[in-house]
Ligand binder design. Structure first.
Ligand code: ZN
Length: 111
């Protein structure tokens, strides 16, 4: 293989990479690490106070509207009742009952 052929082969390889690599990595990444990402993908963020044994759903839409959408987890939350540091739990969307949702136990043919 002469130098010209090698250059052409290398150029072809580069072109192939230019065509293939962006396609392979073009899938959008779902970022669930931010408040905005959680809200955009129908997740909920709940906070638990171990002192009060109380759960609270954090108002993601309000937090995003107030400019906190880019904040990354974990964020520090405090109980509105006792001031204790809360524990966070991310909750994915729950499928609704019925077709495409949770499986229902068979209701017919059981005696
Ligand atoms: Zn509390």
């Amino acid at each position: 293989m002469c130098v010209a052929e090698m250059r052409e082969a290398l150029w072809t390889l580069r072109q192939a990479h230019r065509l293939c690599l962006p396609r392979a990595y073009s899938r959008p990444v779902i970022d669930l690490g931010t408040l905005a990402g959680l809200h955009a993908h129908d997740h909920q963020l709940e906070a638990y106070c171990p002192h009060c044994d109380r759960w609270e759903v954090l108002p993601l839409a309000e937090l995003i509207a107030a400019g906190h959408g880019s904040r990354r987890l974990p964020i520090r939350v405090r109980c509105q009742h006792c001031g204790e540091v809360g524990r966070l739990q991310v909750r994915p969307p729950v499928p609704t009952r019925g077709p495409g949702g949770w499986m229902e136990p068979p209701t017919s043919g059981v005696s």
